[in-house]
Design a binder for this molecule. Structure first.
Ligand code: SF4
Length: 324
C-alpha cells in the first residue's frame, strides 16, 4: 500500500525503524507531530473514508506493551497467554473486525520502539514460559514488507526458547521461516464470506495454499475457522469449505485448528453500529451474554459443533479448539 501522508511523532524520529519505514514511503508527505493521539484520537473522524486511504503514523509505545489474553480469545491450552500489539489497525478491511468498534480512527499506527517490546518479553520470561499472540489489533505478516515487525518477533523467538509466538494472518505469504517456537495462524473463510465481508484480503485458496506451503516447510501451522458468520446456508458453506481445506492442506501435520462464531464485546458493537450504518454484520440482532454480543446460544452451539464434527474427519479432536 502507498501512503500519501506519514505522521511522525517527535520521539519516534530517533528510532532506526522510523528511518527504514520512511525510506519505503518516499512519495509520502512527512508531517511531524507531537504525539500520535493528536491525530489518532481526534473526535468525529470518518473511519470509512480513512479505510480507503489510511495515513501512516509512526509513534513510540509507552506504558504497557504486553497484556493478559482477553476472554473472547482462545488460549489453546497455554497457561501464560498474553498478547501484544506493535501496530494499531490493519491493511485489510473485514466488515466484522472489532477494530471498527475499538479505535476512533482507521489510520495505521506503527510503534517503532521494538527494543522496548523485547525488554518486556525478557522480563516476563524471568517468571517462566510465555505465549504471546503478537499479531494483535493488526495483521503483522500483511504489513511485514513495510514494518519488518513480524520478522522481529520471529527473531526474538529464535533467541528465546521459552517464548512461543503466534502470528495470526489473513495474508498469503509465499514463504515462511520454520522456527520451532513460532506458530503461523491462518484465518480462513469460504470464498463467499471472503468476497462479502473480508475486503482486500487474499482469496481462501491463496491462504490455504500458503498454509500448505508452510506445513510442507515443517512450520507450526494453525488454521482458524474463526469467525464463522451466520448465513442461510452455513452448514453447506462451512462443511464444504472444511472438506476443501483438507484437500489442500495436510491436516495430519497441523499444530491445531480453531473454531469460533462471530462475537464482539457489547461496547465495541455499539461503537461499530454508530460508524457502520449499512453493515448487516453490525446490525444483526445479537444476544448479549457476559458482556459479549453473539449469536443465539443454540445457533452458536450448533455452528461450532457442526464445524468441529466436520473437521474431526481430518484432525484429532484434541487438536480442535473452540472459544467457549
Ligand atoms: S485481517 Fe483481522 S485485523 Fe485485519 S481487518 Fe480483518 S479481522 Fe481486522
Amino acid at each position: 500500500m502507498r501512503f500519501s501522508h506519514v505522521y511522525v511523532e517527535e520521539k519516534a524520529r530517533r528510532y532506526p525503524l522510523t528511518e527504514e519505514i520512511l525510506n519505503r514511503c518516499k512519495d509520502a508527505a512527512v508531517i511531524p507531530i507531537k504525539h500520535y493521539k493528536d491525530i489518532f484520537d481526534r473526535p468525529r473522524q470518518d473511519t470509512q473514508a480513512q479505510k480507503r486511504s489510511p495515513a501512516l503514523i509512526l509513534a513510540v509505545r509507552e506504558g504497557a506493551r504486553i497484556f493478559k489474553g482477553a476472554p473472547v480469545c482462545q488460549s489453546f491450552g497455554q497457561r501464560n497467554f498474553y498478547y501484544s500489539s506493535s501496530v494499531m489497525n490493519c491493511l485489510f478491511d473485514c466488515e466484522y473486525c472489532y477494530l471498527r468498534g475499538m479505535y476512533p480512527s482507521s489510520n495505521i499506527v506503527v510503534f517503532v520502539n521494538f527494543e522496548d517490546y523485547e525488554k518486556d518479553v525478557v522480563s516476563f520470561l524471568e517468571e517462566g514460559p510465555l505465549y504471546v499472540c503478537a499479531s494483535y489489533d493488526t495483521d503483522l505478516i500483511a504489513l511485514d514488507g513495510l514494518t519488518g515487525l513480524a520478522g522481529k518477533w520471529i527473531d526474538l523467538a529464535k533467541r528465546s526458547s521459552n517464548l512461543l509466538v503466534e502470528l495470526r494472518t489473513k495474508a498469503a505469504p509465499p514463504v515462511l521461516e520454520n522456527v520451532p517456537n513460532v506458530i503461523y495462524a491462518f484465518t480462513v473463510s469460504p470464498d463467499e464470506i471472503v468476497s462479502r465481508y473480508e475486503k482486500n484480503t487474499p482469496s481462501a485458496d491463496d491462504r490455504l495454499k500458503s498454509a500448505a506451503r508452510a506445513v510442507s516447510a515443517g512450520c507450526n501451522v494453525r488454521l482458524c475457522f474463526d469467525p464463522m458468520i451466520l448465513t442461510e446456508n452455513w452448514r453447506e458453506l462451512y462443511g464444504n469449505f472444511a472438506d476443501h481445506a483438507a484437500e489442500l492442506v495436510d491436516f495430519s501435520k497441523l499444530t491445531d485448528v480453531s473454531v469460533g462464531c462471530f462475537r464482539i464485546s457489547k461496547e465495541y458493537l455499539s461503537s461499530m453500529r454508530k460508524k457502520c450504518l449499512d453493515s448487516g454484520i453490525a446490525w444483526y440482532p445479537y444476544v448479549i451474554r457476559n458482556g459479549v454480543a453473539q449469536y443465539e446460544e443454540d445457533t452458536d452451539r450448533q455452528m461450532q459443533e457442526f464445524m468441529c464434527g466436520r473437521l474431526s474427519r481430518y484432525i484429532a479432536e484434541e487438536k480442535i479448539f473452540t472459544w467457549n
